[in-house]
Each structure stands twice: as C-alpha cells, then as structure tokens.
Ligand binder design. Structure first.
Ligand code: SAM
Length: 255
C-alpha cells in the first residue's frame, strides 16, 4: 500500500474526519471533506467501492468508507494528473478553466500549490443520471439506481465553500453563454470533454475564451473521431500521455 496514502488516512483520523493532508514537495496540502463530494466519489466512481472497503479493513481504520474512497480517488487520479502536468503548466498561468471538473480536487490542489493568485472556472452539469466510466463506450454506460442522485454542481459548490476556495467559480454547463467574454491561459479537461462527449459541445466556448498563447490539455476518446477533430482545431497538437483508453493531448494555437 502506498505509504503516502496511509499517511493521508492517518491525517484524516487525527483531524476527527474533518480534513486530510497530502505532502507535495515543500507544500502540505489540506483538503476538507464534505459529505456530498464524498458521496460523489462513492457513487460516481462506484467501481472503486470494493477497493475502499478493502483499504479500510487492511488499515483497520475508523474513517468513514466514503472518505477513504475520496482519498483513494485522490491518489488514483489526481496525483498522477498533477505529476503528468507539472511540467506543462506555465508558472505565470493566471486563469484556468476545467471542463467536467468532477468535484474539482485537481483545482483545489493547484490553488494551494501556486504561489500567486490564480482564478479558476469549473464547468459541471447540474444533474447526472448515467455514468460513463473509464471509456465513452456506450456498452459501459451505467444508469444510476433510482435512489441515487448525483448533483455535481451542488457538490462542487459545497466542497469549495468548506475549503474557503473563493478563487474557484462554478459554472453550470447550461449557462456557459453568459461566460463567453472570459479569458483563460489554460483550459483543462480530464476524462470529460472529447472523452465522454463530443468536442462540439464546448468548441465555441473554447474558441472564444482561450488566450492567444493559451493551452488546452484534454483526454480524447479513441472510440470516435475526437482526435481528428482536435487536430483540426489547433495548429500544434502533442500527445503527452497515454494509458489504456486514455490519450492526453495538448493543443496550442487555434486554427
Ligand atoms: C470521468 S469524470 C472526470 C472528473 C474529473 N475531471 C476527474 O478527472 O476526476 C467526467 C465528468 O464530466 C462531467 N460531465 C458529463 N457531461 C458533461 C457536460 N456535458 N459538461 C460538463 N461536464 C460534464 C461529469 O459530471 C463528470 O464529473
């Protein structure tokens, strides 16, 4: 078991389940738990429920299982994303857009790592009734049980409030037209735009809001024409990472 994961679980137990900490270089990141966001991980990343139960039992931890699941999600997805992107994020980045941010842990992490003020806009859907996990392959799409509700925008807002992340603004996907005059140095989308749904959905928004020297970093689906479409959007396209069905690209200079 990853000793850093173990340490984060310990930190959560010691905080009376209020928050967990993560050591990252010289930084100690602190993330407060919020029940709806823990439940987002539990219900959305349901394929990891078994892992969370096993980890809890191996550690003989008193921590609630949905909190263990959140810490495990953090180490499974967010830490590798950070390590993968570290060298690509310019130190003078001032404005970031995250499309399909989930519960925004990546952004919450970045706010604590940056030494200067950075503003974040996070786009999410109000309500989710089906989950496309791992791939955008329709055969793997799961309808949610009737008694489970996933409301990403609500969970995001609550998590940002409890973490006092006043520089992180949440945008509901249906209201993006009101934000067309924003400008971003960096547009991110992990396992969402061009991966779970078509690039067309935010193409206009990205064209309007990306600064001329800005970067787009996104995961693209290998099951449709997303990679082709992305290559038609930008003059410079670079593959920076691939793992299974997940191909991560950088786009620079809109055509
Ligand atoms: C696989 S999750 C990725 C979450 C987070 N970016 C991560 O990497 O951990 C995909 C996210 O896309 C969001 N999503 C689905 N359809 C969307 C849409 N039309 N606009 C914005 N976000 C969407 C889902 O609610 C979900 O949070």
């Amino acid at each position: 078991m990853n000793p850093e994961f173990k340490e984060s679980v310990k930190s959560a137990e010691n905080s009376n389940e209020e928050f967990f900490t993560v050591n990252f270089g010289a930084n100690k990141i602190k993330i407060f738990f919020e029940e709806d966001s823990c439940n987002w991980v539990w219900n959305y990343k349901y394929i990891y429920q078994k892992d969370a139960l096993e980890l809890k039992s191996q550690l003989d931890s008193s921590l609630k299982t949905n909190k263990i699941a959140l810490i495990n999600y953090f180490y499974t997805f967010i830490i590798p994303d950070i390590s993968n992107l570290n060298s690509h994020i310019a130190p003078n980045t001032k404005s970031i857009l995250d499309i399909g941010a989930g519960i925004g842990l990546f952004d919450l992490f970045l706010t604590q790592v940056f030494e200067h003020q950075v503003s974040f806009d996070l786009i999410e859907v109000d309500n989710l009734d089906e989950i496309e996990h791992v791939t955008n392959n329709p055969e793997e799409t799961k309808n949610l049980d009737n008694n489970i509700q996933i409301k990403p925008v609500d969970a995001l807002k609550k998590l940002m409030l409890i973490n006092k992340a006043s520089n992180i603004n949440i945008i509901e996907s249906k209201s993006i037209d009101q934000y067309m005059d924003r400008k971003y140095d960096l547009i991110l989308s992990f396992r969402s735009w061009g991966y779970l749904y078509d690039l067309n959905l935010y193409e206009k928004f990205v064209r309007n809001t990306l600064n001329p020297n800005g970067l787009v970093i996104t995961d693209l689906s290998i099951f449709d024409d997303s990679i082709d479409k992305f290559s038609k959007l930008f003059k410079e396209v670079t593959l920076i990472n691939e793992a299974g069905n997940n191909k991560r690209f950088i786009g620079k200079n809109l055509k």
